[in-house]
Design a protein around this ligand. Structure first.
Ligand SMILES: NC(=O)c1ccc[n+]([C@@H]2O[C@H](COP(=O)([O-])OP(=O)(O)OC[C@H]3O[C@@H](n4cnc5c(N)ncnc54)[C@H](OP(=O)(O)O)[C@@H]3O)[C@@H](O)[C@H]2O)c1
Length: 342
């Protein structure tokens, strides 16, 4: 009975979406090997798009592709042209992020949907990456910036004849808990562990603050990306999406953070949270819905919550000047770092 209720809920939300025929379109979904990314890749492929499933593990991606092909009868009808392909992408290094986008540029002449699933589901301990950038900002923000920037011209050229969308899937609600003003106007600020009298570099509070800051960065990045499209006369859309609480394997694994309550937390998540397919629904809406295109002025640069409502960001989360500062600082750090590693 519970299963029937769940599947009818999913079917109802899919019906509301009214996903158009995506044949002829090309999409990239990062983090497509599991969780929300997997479901989104499957849905885009089901409706006809050729999908590049971008992941850091080839074995995990190939297993996911096989599963999608096995579970999606529509793919047999669509034939080889619409196969799901693997694209190697590790967002933890700038060089790797750029190389992945360059590989894609050699393979395809268009990109209609770019869906970035932000990799980190949880705050993590203080560390810097091999590029010398605080790891939460490096993986959640800098890698995405470089990957998308390298694909920017292709997105713009595709948008001349197609409805192009960049959809950034993220835990947006946490942006409200970022430090005021973000504290990302220099590399030193970005690399600050955000300690305080109340929390050591690896204390819960500083780990949480750095994580929330990366979420604010994702939102501001999407706002500025929308302005960059507009500045070159493109009608491509950039949209942030909060999927809601979703019982993915990654989310269920977070129950181990609560040692004595782990079983209860797991039970609550798996019973009351959205299924991974429901969790992908808002991103699918942002990526494909005609309603979004018809209201491009409202949705461009906005953040969208289940199922298709526009959410309200904090003052910092809608600050255009802060978004531009972050964009410029990120660009100059990324360029300088890439110049040293190339
Ligand atoms: N689940 C929720 O309740 C929920 C709620 C709100 C927002 N969100 C947001 O939605 C997004 C996806 O959530 P989810 O539950 O689907 O997460 P998930 O199951 O943990 O998936 C995360 C994906 O990111 C990939 N990834 C990790 N590190 C990477 C790297 N360095 N380079 C490239 N890819 C990397 C993972 O690949 P590997 O398999 O290789 O690790 C995996 O495919 C996250 O941004 C999350 O914050 C989730």
């Amino acid at each position: 009975m519970a299963v029937q209720t769940l599947s009818s809920r999913i079917l109802a939300s899919m019906k509301t979406l009214n996903v158009p025929n995506l044949e002829g379109k090309v999409a990239i979904v990062t983090g497509g090997n599991r969780g929300i990314g997997f479901q989104l890749a499957q849905q885009l492929a089901k409706y006809g798009a050729k999908v590049y499933l971008a992941a850091r593990s080839e074995a995990a991606a190939k297993e996911a592709i096989e599963q999608i092909e096995h579970e999606t009868p529509e793919l047999q009808r669509l034939g080889d042209k619409n196969r799901i392909e693997f694209l190697h992408l590790d967002l933890s290094t700038l060089k790797g992020s750029k190389a992945a986008a360059e590989t894609f540029l050699k393979l395809e002449k268009r990109l209609d949907v770019l869906s970035m699933i932000f990799p980190l589901l949880l705050p993590c301990r203080y560390a810097t990456t091999s590029d010398g950038i605080e790891s939460t900002m490096a993986v959640n923000h800098f890698g995405t910036f470089v990957f998308t920037q390298t694909l920017f011209d292709l997105l713009v050229s595709t948008a001349k004849e197609s409805d192009v969308r960049v959809v950034n899937v993220n835990v947006i609600l946490l942006h409200a808990q970022a430090p005021a003003g973000g504290q990302f106007s220099t590399l030193d600020e970005i690399n600050s562990p955000l300690t305080s009298a109340a929390s050591a570099p690896d204390g819960l509070i500083s780990n949480h603050l750095r994580y929330s800051r990366s979420k604010l960065a994702n939102m501001l990045y999407t706002i500025q990306l929308q302005k960059e499209f507009k500045a070159v006369g493109s009608n491509a859309l950039a949209i942030s999406v909060n999927p809601g609480g979703v019982a993915t394997d990654g989310a269920l694994a977070t129950s181990s953070m609560y040692p004595f309550l782990s079983a209860l937390v797991r039970f609550v998540f798996s019973t009351f949270w959205k299924s991974p397919l429901e969790g992908a629904t808002t991103a699918l809406y942002a990526a494909t819905s005609a309603e979004v295109r018809a209201n491009a002025g409202l949705f461009g640069g906005a953040y969208v919550v289940p199922y298709g409502q526009i959410g309200k960001a904090t003052k910092d989360g809608q600050d255009g000047d802060l978004a531009k500062t972050l964009w410029d600082v990120t660009g100059s750090i990324a360029n300088a770092t890439l110049a040293m590693t190339e």
